[in-house]
Ligand binder design. Structure first.
Ligand code: MRU
Length: 369
């Protein structure tokens, strides 16, 4: 997407230096736009854990590039064990998003697929695979936009001259992927076609990805929006101020249960109560085909309580953290929740829109039968 007239992806190999991968530092947004250089596997582990980069698709792509950098730096005589160790370390960084594990496993197959391949060939294969993972993410998100825009178009036709009000949670935008985003792709496609849209952006405590990232990227693309406190959605829905909810997914069960940023479930409940369509946009790399009960089976990341107790923002021109509760207060910090399929109207994927149920998902992905 465009940042001040220049096109960016969220991750790329540095021009003229194939040993360096570059990413946008999301921990500084919206206040500073900075690029971080990644040279070693430890750099990848650090930026994923500390959430300088985040979002299911992007951490999947970063895991792909991380495995390439691991292959590049692997010691000659311990190549295989080093690669396996890096794979395990990457998978452990963030447990909920399926894309990360999916990308690492795809790289393991690519690197070890041909046992007779030379070290140089393995490194080359890892680079090609990392680029394919990133390119496919872009293509999938673009297609999600093409399919999802039909839902917005339909609502716009019904509403006549009034803008379509879309509520979204967290950041399933281009920053969470390599480009376009999942939940935002239909919104960007609609905006590009001249359909009037307006987005309600949940702030998304505790890390405020809605406030700091979604609001920033929608602003950069010129999409009208308002930031709202997390608890506002239900009220807006009761007053017919939301036409559709579109969110992303970090892991989607084969039965249509969806794990997404904490608080998504409450939005789905409110949408159901108010008869508002609730769609989840996801590339197929987010599916976990082994999951038949999301609540029981999807691992939910617990993060540092500090993220709940402190809020980060701009103070006197500097990015600072401020304590918002008594210092001695204990807090807990669940990163995600699971929205059961019964609350989801449909899944928007790169192959089309389906109902959140096994048979209809498999209609789009018959090779997973
Ligand atoms: O913890 P994060 O910021 O990595 O969370 C991931 C997300 O951005 C959301 O859950 C999102 O809605 C789905 S991932 C594209």
């Amino acid at each position: 997407m465009e940042v001040d007239g220049k096109h960016y992806r969220t991750i790329w190999v540095k021009e003229d230096d194939k040993t360096t991968v570059q990413v946008i530092d999301q921990s500084k947004l919206p206040h500073l736009f900075e690029i971080i250089d990644l040279h070693r596997i430890d750099d990848f582990i650090q930026v994923i854990k500390e959430m300088n980069i985040r979002g299911a698709g992007l951490i999947g792509a970063a895991a792909g590039y991380g495995m390439y950098i691991a292959a590049l730096n692997a010691p000659e005589r311990e190549f295989d064990s080093y690669i396996n160790e890096c794979a395990e370390r990457l998978i452990r960084t963030r447990p909920t998003a399926k894309n990360l594990e999916w990308a690492v496993n795809r790289q393991l197959k690519a690197i070890f697929g041909e046992p007779s391949a030379s070290r140089t060939e393995k490194i080359q294969k890892a680079l090609l695979t990392a680029s394919s993972i990133a390119d496919e993410d872009v293509e999938s998100c673009k297609m999600i936009g093409e399919h999802g825009v039909s839902l917005i178009e339909e609502l716009s036709r019904k509403k006549g001259a009034k803008p379509v009000n879309i509520l979204t949670h967290c950041n399933a935008g281009w920053l969470a992927f390599v480009d376009y985003g999942s939940a935002t792709a239909p919104i960007y496609a609609a905006h590009k076609r001249g359909i009037e849209v307006h987005v309600w952006v949940d702030e998304t405590r505790p890390r405020n990805q809605g406030a700091s990232l979604t609001a920033w990227e929608l602003g950069k693309q010129g999409v009208p929006h308002h930031l709202i406190a997390d608890n506002t959605g239900g009220h807006l829905m009761q007053h017919s101020l939301v036409d559709i909810v579109i969110v992303g997914s970090d892991r989607t069960g084969a039965n249509g249960d969806v794990a997404n940023k904490i608080g998504t479930y409450l939005k789905a409940l409110a949408a159901k109560d108010n008869g508002i369509p609730f769609y989840v946009a996801l590339p197929s790399s987010s599916f976990d085909w082994k999951i038949s009960d999301g609540i029981g089976q999807i691992p939910i990341e617990e993060r540092d309580a500090r993220e709940v107790k402190y809020v980060k923002g701009l103070v006197d021109g500097k990015i600072k953290e401020v304590l918002i509760c008594p210092e001695e207060t204990d807090a807990v910090n669940y990163g995600f929740d699971v929205t059961p399929a019964r609350l989801v109207t449909g899944l928007i994927t790169e192959r089309g829109i389906c109902r959140p149920e096994r048979e209809d998902i498999l209609r789009l992905f018959p090779e997973k039968r």
